[in-house]
Ligand binder design. Structure first.
Ligand code: C5P
Length: 234
């Protein structure tokens, strides 16, 4: 798998995406999330892919196994590199997602890696315990969901940098830990609670980092991306 920092294309329209991407003269690894996908539909995925970029399609599916399996079969046809579901959907749902993805992948093509969201990084421990009635620490819940995800045969999880090393220890180095919440030293933290620098994320066990506003909101996005990449790859 491509290990370049994943750039989150959190833009409201196709035009914003192309204006942003045309500044870069190299193939990138980008993330298309719900905001853009809901506005522009699957065509935006095809168009960004046609420019030669690798794609993490971050739609976080969560429904009954049959529905998620069928949806994954459809998404597989877009030829993306990384997709995800919510681990809270349960093991049968994750297994169905994997089956759907395999069934939808064209013969001779590489199947997208499939990862699961454990606890959203916007969920606090107090909120999880009160609303989900989970009598564990947030870290224990995340580790539990990571193990369930591994048992279901998936390739890894989305987690905070904070939990990445514990997940690697429990699930193995090959099990992906994809971590958002990345900032350059001294940069604005925005609404992210648990943040890390690219080199800090590497040190703390991330296998892939997702970077949004630290690059998309920079005065010079190309320079900010270069800085993120150098720190990540150092
Ligand atoms: O701008 P920023 O770097 O905070 O963007 C992080 C990206 O990662 C956003 O697209 C956000 O939706 C996503 N994400 C996250 N936390 C998660 C899962 C995804 O921040 N747990």
């Amino acid at each position: 798998m491509n290990t370049k920092p994943i750039l989150a294309l959190d833009f409201p329209s196709e035009q914003h995406v192309f204006d942003f991407l045309q500044q870069f003269n190299e193939p990138l690894f980008v993330k298309i999330g719900m905001e853009l996908y809901m506005q522009e539909g699957p065509d935006i995925v095809r168009k960004v892919k046609a420019l030669g970029h690798d794609i993490f399609l971050d739609l976080k599916l969560h429904d009954i196994p049959n529905t998620v399996g069928s949806a994954m079969k459809g998404l597989a046809k877009l030829g993306v590199d990384l997709v995800n579901v919510h681990a809270a959907g349960g093991r049968p749902m994750m297994e169905a997602a994997l089956e759907g993805l395999e069934a939808g992948t064209a013969v001779g093509s590489k199947r997208a890696a499939l990862i699961a969201v454990t606890q959203l990084t916007s969920t606090t421990e107090e909120q999880m315990q009160r609303e989900q009635k989970i009598a564990l620490s947030l870290q224990e819940s995340v580790l539990h969901y990571a193990s369930l995800t591994k048992e279901a045969g998936l390739n890894g999880v989305v987690c905070s940098v904070h939990e990445a090393q514990a997940i690697a220890d429990a699930c193995g180095e090959d099990f992906l830990r994809v971590t958002p919440g990345i900032r350059l030293a001294g940069g604005d933290t925005h609404d992210q609670k648990r943040i890390a620098t690219p080199d800090g994320a590497k040190h703390d066990g991330s296998s892939l980092i997702v970077v949004g506003r630290a690059v998309t909101g920079a005065q010079n996005p190309v320079a900010a991306y270069k800085q993120v990449r150098e720190l990540w790859e150092a």
